[in-house]
Design a protein around this ligand. Structure first.
Ligand SMILES: Cc1cc2nc3c(=O)[nH]c(=O)nc-3n(C[C@H](O)[C@H](O)[C@H](O)COP(=O)(O)O)c2cc1C
Ligand SMILES: C=C(O[C@@H]1CC(C(=O)O)=C[C@@H](OP(=O)(O)O)[C@H]1O)C(=O)O
Length: 387
């Protein structure tokens, strides 16, 4: 299973093609739209999100609510395009077209490197594609993967554990339903109401200072069968693929699995998860400090991982840069921007994780139809139980 996205931030639309889905999978546009709506929300977002109202148009591969096995094409309109048609013109003879050239690279963005690499003297040709607008298409792909997971009884949730200097922890014992319910009510997707207040205040203060904030999100996947991924092939290790999926989100700089970097500080007895067996549960673990992975494969315990997002690079308090025409220094002009997008990025993280787990599921249990896939997954659950 694979996907491809196309589209510029201020172009007419984002386009997504998902290929390799089994047939007969119930695929709901509403469920894709739910994820798109969730991604648009969150305290700290800028004015662009008031312009957009993301919705997926399903153009192929689905009939009467079920996949046919053919590629699924989806489109998400950019409502802002209407104001950018002259600047984003595809055709050279467009009368209204105006280049409004970008010659000033923004620190923290792809502008300068992308311009040198692809030889663009107009950095709009870089920034339009490097924008995190593209994460709407990736969220839609994840929302498709998520429906495949749901079909197999696998569920995904996410929440924010840090914004700037304010951090919190998920308390032991929270069920996935509680995590979903609480994070959904919170403007910063935080489970703890005290931390939530502090995070909001922190975002307000940073904004007033013309600054921005990053943070950390946590994603949890439950009811995963044992053995997704592989200890045999380095490029099929699912923990590694999830790390790539997370760091590929714009502005994400690192990943922790389970207790993550703390594993480097603790003794082995405080890291590895003892194996238990009972009539009721079969094999299970006394703890889940390794976040559901051993040897690049799922253990059957929940997958738990965290991703760190750097602060938004476009600041109202300008950073220094150099004009590529004059080579003179300049202070970046003030632009419309999010000042904290961690809650929104949490939704992107959930969905890129959902996609990778769904992809690994289909690799482990190859199937032409959704029913065959579910049978394969259930057989593995049974085998693990009786092993
Ligand atoms: C959901 C989301 C929204 C973002 N919004 C902005 C924004 O409004 N302004 C900005 O400068 N960067 C924003 N970013 C971050 C940039 O896209 C990102 O830092 C940039 O593309 C450079 O990529 P890199 O940080 O991965 O190196 C956002 C990222 C995400 C995930
Ligand atoms: C459009 C989205 O996020 C954008 C990501 C982004 C960036 O530089 O990454 C910059 C901003 O774009 P604009 O300059 O048009 O306001 C954000 O709004 C989105 O999340 O859908």
């Amino acid at each position: 299973m694979r996907y491809l996205t196309a589209g510029e931030s201020h172009g007419p639309q984002l386009t997504l093609i998902v290929e390799g889905l089994p047939s007969q999978l119930p695929l709901s546009k509403e469920k894709v739209d739910d994820q798109l709506r969730r991604r648009q929300k969150g305290y700290g977002r800028g004015r662009r999100m008031q312009i957009e109202s993301d919705e997926a148009q399903i153009l192929s591969g689905v009939r009467f609510g079920k996949t046919t096995g053919a590629p699924v094409a989806l489109a998400i309109e950019n409502k802002d395009w209407k104001k950018w048609t002259d600047i984003m013109s595809v055709y050279p003879d467009d009368e209204k077209a105006t280049k409004r050239r970008v010659s000033r690279p923004r620190p923290g963005h792809a502008d300068l490197n992308g311009a040198i690499k692809y030889n663009h003297r107009d950095m709009r040709d870089v920034l339009e594609r490097s924008s995190a607008r593209e994460t709407a298409a990736r969220t839609a792909a994840g929302a498709v993967g998520r429906q495949l997971l749901e079909y197999c009884g696998i569920r995904v949730a996410g929440h924010v554990v840090r914004i700037g200097s304010v951090s919190t922890r998920r308390l032991e014992g929270w069920s996935l339903e509680e995590i979903v319910e609480r994070s959904e009510q919170s403007p910063v997707r935080c489970l703890d109401s005290d931390a939530e207040k502090k995070m909001i205040q922190h975002i307000d203060e940073a904004k007033a200072e013309g600054d921005s904030l990053g943070g950390v999100v946590e994603v949890i996947v439950e009811n995963v069968p044992v053995g997704l991924g592989s200890h045999v092939h380095w490029d099929r290790k699912l923990d590694a693929r999830l790390a790539q999926a997370i760091v590929s989100i714009n502005a994400f700089k690192g990943v922790e699995i389970g207790i993550g970097f703390e594993a480097g500080e603790r003794k082995g007895s405080q890291v590895h998860d003892p194996i238990l067996w009972s009539e009721e549960k079969g094999y299970h673990r006394a703890s889940n400090r390794l976040g559901g992975f051993e040897g690049g494969m799922t253990t059957g315990e929940p997958i738990v991982l965290r991703g760190v997002m750097k602060p938004i690079p476009t600041l109202y308090k300008p950073l220094q840069s150099v004009d590529i025409d004059t080579k003179e220094p300049f202070a970046a002009s003030i632009e419309r921007s999010d000042n904290c997008a961690v809650p929104a990025a949490c939704v992107v993280a959930e969905n890129v994780v959902a996609w990778e787990v769904a992809r690994s599921l289909l690799e482990t249990f190859p199937a032409d139809t959704a029913e065959d896939l579910l049978q394969g997954v259930n057989r593995r659950r049974e085998e693990a139980r009786n092993f």
